[in-house]
Write a protein that binds this ligand. Structure first.
Ligand code: PEP
Ligand code: MG
Length: 883
């Protein structure tokens, strides 16, 4: 079989489509050669040879030696130089090149082929002895480090000794003779360390480097990188052997890197830097300050050193036309490496450039506008999750970060404010116009007002779906959760982390996108929702099938949702409305009531407030569907938790403290998640659900009476398990609706449906569909109940599961498509048998996760519903799923 593919000299055996076989670098070098671009000739040893190497006890395929020899002969023919020839030596570079770019996996070996004889030949060819011996010592150091595994510090020490002795401070101060002496010492070092001399035979050098590249595929760095980026071990790496060109042959030589567009802003202008008289790694190493490519860029930066456009005008003109050709050819922004040797341009690498979310957006929209790609391709070019970076203020990447501690990136964006430990205090300061960051061990529904008033939230405990995380994402507040190093001493008004103390009132900044807590203020970048963002969203909307709704209950959430393009509300969690202002008092009164009559009296107080909530929501949503979920959490969540709070509440409300305490004890549950919650509340206290349904219909009638767009309420029952339960709830809903509508003499179109949150509900979905007109998959609970894992406590062990590869991802973040997904599939199928065309959607956190959205498209759901700030992400992900 064939293990070696040549390139250069105006043609190539491979092309860009052969990345799997030739690796990214090899495939693009072949493609550039075929395009007639100036590529130093070379050859690529395939990834299959690497796979063979590992499958056969680290031995090469039998034909490899022969094919490498032929490949080398071709390079000699094109360059007119001979490998190992003392007069006219060919030198090569040896580099790894996997299918996916793996930066830093293996260092490059340059100048391979140099030895005591060829170094003289190189000196003659270049007309520069100093350059030749500098190249030789670089080669010995690189080869010894990468192939012979010797620590490069030992070489640097020798160099420093020479410099000290000669009293020079920079490498350029060394003469040819000085370098020659360094080479002698380097060789002596190798011989001393390894007990044998540095290899002088170029063939031995070449095979040593090839073996080192293959071996590097299994080094710890590479393994780690693969794990981080989901790159399979089975791919292997290719090896690229390429004739050397020198950017360090004087002032008409140079080396540099370029992007065809600005990778951080996307601006359509050549961007990059270069160094005159330097070799590739000098640009990256940061020893010398690189120069700008264009004059305009140099002037903007106010630099003195001439740009490439000014220093090497002719080569620059050629370079500009080459990079333009590359971008046109690849139809994407390119990241390019090049070298100029004595006024001649050589292209060493091109690939699609990595970019920020902002740049990705601009480049995609610009390329489509320029006609280089279609609108659909543009939609596919932007990672939906990356939009998060654009929807919130973010920390300016160039600013310094004083990290106090780190936790989970629970809700994106950044915020600065004063440390506050108490939600009431947060509300008070917030109302006074102060920016505050709420810092707590964890949050509960009682903290909603404080979270709302805060610019951001930090918790010491809790995972990605903890209360703080879910609510913060819903509100669009940045949040760092589970910052375990934080210890809060609320009584003292301080927290400690990593040995530092921060007091209430101290300024901190949180980076919810990274999961970091920083000291002081940090510079921010504001989001930009018009322009390219709006354009790409329009293109996405043109192709998607799935509707996108939002989970929202407050007017602010609802407005945000619409601003981000939500097509309705998919989940209004009514319990959040129960905590607001005066309601909590009435809710507690209801909970404390001795009998139904007492409960009804308290509910009558809640009714007008609840009705006003719905009037506001319907008004904002202007006739779009609104799914309202009736009360879900167990009642004890509405009671104060500590004895101290209890006494305080009793005092403030005039409720009996003893009774409050007794009731709190009665309601206490060992497994609240599996307890007296969801529609079980509606079954045992129908008057609660009746009040809610009444509030919904009275609100709807009020809207219609005032001449506004008629709302389409969708009344949703949580945690239903049985057909009989659903029948009971349906009757309760219809009966109440009928009463209200008769009283008002109006008709309102509405639907009654259920959440699917329990395995039994999914399996018996047919029974539920008899009385449920729609299904909404509550995948938060469905994940909990399918796995039997609590979403509030799983943070403690999920990491171990992810580390050990038992879970690929947190199932509360990205849907477990095999298990939970199968239940969704089954439920959708069985539900549709009984009620063809029944409306189905998802409203768990997964509704905003791109991979889960793609699954929803596959199963043929009608909509996804997610927190307002994820609506654009969902729109884009839904479009990509449809393409
Ligand atoms: C769910 O369980 O997926 C859901 C949306 O409801 P909640 O998160 O309020 O339990
Ligand atoms: Mg639920």
């Amino acid at each position: 079989s064939r293990w070696v593919y040549s390139f250069g000299g105006g043609g190539a055996d491979g092309d860009a489509s052969m990345k799997n076989l030739l690796g990214g670098k090899g495939a693009n070098l072949a493609e550039m050669s075929s395009l007639g671009l100036p590529v130093p000739p070379g050859f690529t040893i395939t990834t299959e040879a690497c796979v063979h190497y590992y499958a056969n006890g680290r031995s090469y395929p039998a034909e490899l030696a022969e094919q490498v020899k032929a490949g080398l002969a071709k390079v000699e023919q094109v360059t007119g130089k001979v490998f190992g020839d003392a007069k006219n030596p060919l030198l090569v570079s040896v580099r790894s090149g996997a299918r996916a770019s793996m930066p830093g996996m293996m260092d490059t070996v340059l100048n391979l082929g140099l030895n005591d004889q060829t170094v003289a030949g190189l000196a003659d060819l270049a007309g520069d002895r100093r350059f030749a011996f500098d190249s030789y010592r670089r080669f010995i150091q690189m080869y010894s480090n990468v192939v012979l595994d010797l620590d490069h510090h030992m070489f640097e020490e020798i160099l420093d000794e020479h410099k000290d002795r000669l009293d020079v401070y920079v490498d350029t101060g060394l003469t040819a003779e000085n370098w020659e002496a360094v080479v002698t010492d380097y060789k002596a070092l190798v011989e001393r360390e390894l007990g044998k001399p540095f290899p002088q035979d170029p063939q031995e050098q070449l095979w040593g480097a090839i073996g080192a590249v293959f071996a590097s595929w299994m080094n710890e760095r590479a393994k780690f990188y693969r794990r981080m980026h989901d790159i399979p071990e089975s791919w292997g790496t290719a090896v690229n052997v390429q004739s050397m060109v020198f950017g360090n042959m004087g002032d008409s030589s140079a080396t540099g890197v370029a992007f065809t567009r600005n990778p951080s802003t996307g601006e359509a202008r050549l961007y990059g830097e270069f160094l005159i008289n330097a070799q590739g790694e000098d640009v990256v190493a940061g020893i010398r300050t690189p120069q700008a490519l264009t004059r305009a860029a140099r002037e903007e930066m106010g630099e003195k050193a001439p740009s490439m456009e000014e220093a090497l005008p002719e080569v620059f003109t050629q370079f500009k036309s080459v990079v333009e050709k590359l971008e046109q050819h690849y139809r994407d922004m390119q990241d390019i490496e090049f070298t100029v040797e004595k006024g001649r341009l050589y292209m060493l690498q091109t690939r699609n450039g990595k970019r920020t979310a902002k740049a990705a957006l601009k480049v995609a929209v610009d390329l489509a506008s320029e006609g280089l790609i279609t609108k659909q391709e543009a939609v596919m070019r932007v990672e939906p999750g990356s939009l998060d970076q654009l929807l919130h203020p973010t920390i300016d990447p160039t600013s310094a970060r004083d990290v106090i501690t780190a936790g989970l990136p629970a809700s994106p964006g950044a915020a600065t404010g004063k440390v506050v430990f108490d939600s009431d205090e947060a509300e008070r300061l917030g109302a006074a116009g102060e920016a505050v960051i709420l810092v707590r061990d964890e949050t509960s529904p009682e903290d909603i007002h404080g979270m709302h008033a805060a610019r951001g939230i930090v918790t010491a405990r809790g995972g990605m779906t903890s209360h703080a995380a879910v609510v913060a994402r819903g509100m669009g507040r940045p949040c760092v959760s589970g910052a375990g190093e934080i210890q809060i001493y609320e009584a003292k008004g301080e927290f400690r982390a990593r040995g530092r103390v921060f007091k209430a009132g101290d300024i901190i900044t949180i980076d919810g996108s990274k999961g970091e807590v920083l000291a002081g203020t940090v510079k921010m970048i504001e989001p930009e929702l018009s322009g390219d963002f709006a354009t790409l969203m329009t293109w996405a909307d043109q192709v998607r099938r799935l509707k996108v709704r939002a989970n929202a209950e407050t007017p602010l959430d609802a407005r945000t949702a619409r601003q981000f393009g939500a097509e309705g509300i998919g989940l209004c969690r009514t319990e959040h409305m129960f905590f607001d202002g005066d309601r909590i008092a009435a809710v507690r009164e209801m909970i404390l009531a001795d009998d139904e009559a007492g409960r009804r009296a308290a509910l009558a107080k809640i009714l007008p407030m609840q009705r006003a909530d719905f009037v506001e929501l319907f008004t904002i949503m202007e006739g779009l569907p609104v799914t309202i979920r009736l009360l879900d959490p167990p009642l004890h969540e509405f009671l104060p938790h500590t004895e101290e709070d209890l006494v305080q509440v009793a005092k403030a409300t005039g409720l009996n403290a003893e009774k409050l305490m007794r009731r709190a004890k009665e309601l206490h549950e060992t497994n609240p998640m599996l307890g007296h919650r969801g529609c079980r509340l509606g079954v045992s206290y129908p008057e609660i659900y009746e009040m809610q349904v009444r509030a919904i219909f009275e609100a709807a009638c009020e809207i219609v009476a005032s001449g506004k767009a008629a709302p389409i309420p969708e009344i949703m029952h949580p945690l239903v398990a049985k057909g009989e339960e659903m029948r009971y709830l349906r009757q309760l809903t219809d009966r109440t609706a009928k009463q209200v509508l008769e009283e008002k003499g109006q008709t309102i179109e509405y639907m009654v449906g259920t959440m699917i949150e329990l395995p039994r509900a999914a399996i018996r979905a047919g029974d539920l569909a008899e009385n449920a007109e729609f299904f909404s998959f509550g995948t938060n609970d469905l994940t909990q109940t399918t796995f039997g894992i609590s979403r509030d406590d799983s943070g403690r062990f999920l990491n171990a599961y992810i580390d050990k590869g038992i879970f690929e991802k947190d199932p509360f973040v990205s849907l477990d498509q095999e298990g939970v997904g199968d239940l969704i599939r089954i439920a959708a199928e069985r539900g549709r048998v009984v009620r063809p065309g029944a409306k189905m959607g998802i409203c768990g956190e997964h509704g905003g996760d791109p991979a889960s959205i793609s699954f929803c498209e596959e199963v043929g759901l009608d909509y996804v519903s997610c927190s307002p700030f994820r609506v654009p992400i969902a729109r884009l992900a839904a479009a990509q799923a449809a393409i």
